[in-house]
Design a protein around this ligand. Structure first.
Ligand code: BES
Ligand code: ZN
Ligand code: ZN
Length: 490
């Protein structure tokens, strides 16, 4: 599929024209004169611009069928980049069965047209995603557009922004693919292969290092090894170093939880909680998504992506509740719940990488707690931080990506409750309830005091139901936000 931006409409099989309610005249002025005349009465009679209204007219133009869709956006002042994105997603869903080879998306002259075209098209691409690699029947495989044209005025929507849009959309698709891939295939070893494949896209800028079980043992990374012990699959810690003429001398660390399947370990998850647990590597997949954007756009940055990956099963060698493990940083952790494994694999990754790379700041993404979903549901990532300023940067990023974040407290009490009874720490404390904050409080013990953001993406990286922007399954969140975050340091 090709995304092209044109300053003039050429020819397509379907045209999408967005309209606000009460908007005087939509972007029909970009249509050829004869076509505009033909549809004028239709627009007058049927197009209201009401939110979610999609009016279509099918006609023959230059001897070929052409369908023109008028997409209602509602009242202009009620709109924002998020609503543009959702409108794009709804449009994709409304027209996808027609399988138009070429579709042209028109701007909206009422809106700040740059933002409109960017977010509407992004939403359109997101809504069009389908995970269809596993059907034996080829007919079930979805048609992908041959071309999506973005029609813009000459001074709107730069070439760079179009490239960025394409890179972000592809990264979201890639991240979704990684998360949706079944856990018998997407193992820690496979994640390491994926990392190497991403690095190949920019071999001059990206270097990959992989720690296998032997290397992890050599580095005395007892937490990640403890989690992986119950599985026949080996664990992997993966480092992707992206570097190109950075302004900052210190690198940015972006870490991701990569549990390729979370059965819970001996604290096994019950029915209704275990089914979607292949998604427990969404943080890792988001690291790879970001790296793909970097490989494509090649910004002047120094970013280190770290994936800490294991499978949490319950084999004979599985860690038990009551076991005490020794972390990379020498601290001991009593395993009070084998299902609180994400903080363990990340603990070793964060303490090792902050010590080694002395970063500007560190950000981790993890499907860490069900408690975060209970608090914030499926559209807002919970954030725990030790640095207000850094959180402000993340808020700016989230405004630019139209993905939502919300702060969760890191109180003294939470910080103290991580202490163990007979060890330095325990990985779960009964009776606290603020599960998402407690997860953050545990991680904080492993960041060596560096400025840090922890994003709990348990709710946002996976949707249990279809939405306008995503089928049931992986969403690709928060790849776009993380890109907007690191972009602020170019
Ligand atoms: N991977 C889960 C968290 C999760 C739950 C992600 C639902 C996505 C959807 C995590 O490893 C886990 O099991 N967390 C426990 C923590 C508890 C034992 C402290 C939880 O949320 O119950
Ligand atoms: Zn778990
Ligand atoms: Zn987990």
């Amino acid at each position: 599929m090709q995304i092209s931006d044109l300053t003039k409409y050429k020819q397509a099989d379907a045209i999408i024209i967005p309209v606000f309610s009460k908007q005087k005249g939509c972007a029909t002025d970009l249509l050829p004169e004869d076509l505009r005349k033909e549809i004028k009465p239709i627009v007058k009679a049927r197009v209201s611009g009401k939110k979610d209204e999609i009016e279509v007219t099918h006609l023959i133009y230059k001897k070929k069928p052409l369908s023109i869709y008028f997409v209602g956006l509602g009242v202009e002042k009620d709109n924002c980049s998020y609503s543009f994105k959702v409108a794009g997603g709804k449009t994709a869903n409304a027209i996808k069965d027609h399988k138009y080879p070429k579709v042209a998306i028109f701007p909206n002259h009422g809106a700040d047209s740059k933002e409109f075209l960017f977010f509407f098209t992004l939403g359109f691409l997101m809504g069009n995603y389908k995970f269809d690699y596993y059907y034996a029947d080829k007919k079930k495989k979805q048609h992908h557009y041959k071309e999506i044209q973005i029609i813009r005025a000459a001074n709107e929507f730069s070439k760079e922004r179009k490239k960025e849009l394409e890179a972000i959309a592809k990264a979201i698709y890639y991240t979704r693919d990684l998360v949706n891939t079944p856990p018998n295939e997407m193992t820690p070893t496979q994640l390491a292969r994926e990392a190497k494949a991403v690095a190949k896209l920019a071999p001059k800028q990206i270097k990959v290092t992989v720690f296998d079980d032997k290397k992890l043992a050599k580095h005395k990374m007892g937490l990640i090894l403890g989690v992986g012990a119950g599985s026949d699959e080996e664990s992997r810690m993966i480092f992707l170093e992206y570097k190109k003429k950075p302004k900052n001398s210190k690198p940015i660390l972006i870490a991701g939880k990569g549990i390729t399947f979370d059965a819970g370990g001996l604290n096994i998850k019950p029915t209704n909680y275990i089914e979607d647990m292949k998604s427990d590597m969404a943080g890792a997949a988001s690291v790879l998504g970001l790296m793909r954007i970097l490989a494509t756009l090649k910004p002047d940055l120094h970013v280190i992506g770290i994936i800490s990956s294991a499978e949490n099963l319950l084999g004979a060698k599985a860690m038990r509740p009551g076991d005490i493990l020794k972390a990379y940083n020498g601290k001991t952790v009593e395993i009070t719940n084998t299902d609180a494994e994400g903080r363990l694999v990340l603990g070793d990754a964060l303490s090792y990488s902050t010590e080694k790379y002395k970063p500007l700041f560190v950000l981790d993404m993890a499907t860490l707690t069900g408690a975060c979903i209970a608090a914030l549901s499926y559209e807002t990532s919970g954030v725990v931080t030790n640095n207000e300023k850094l959180f402000k940067k993340l808020q700016t990023a989230s405004e630019r990506s139209a993905e939502f974040v919300w702060p969760l407290p890191l109180t003294k009490t939470f910080q103290e409750k991580v202490s163990g009874d007979i060890s330095d720490y325990k990985n779960w404390t009964a009776g606290i309830s603020a599960g998402a904050s407690m997860g953050g409080a545990f991680l904080e013990k492993f960041i060596n005091g560096y400025p840090w953001l922890h994003m709990d993406i348990a709710g946002t990286s996976w949707t249990p139901e279809k939405t306008p922007l995503s089928p049931k399954g992986a969403t690709g969140t928060p790849v776009h936000t993380i890109w907007e975050m690191v972009k602020q340091y170019c």
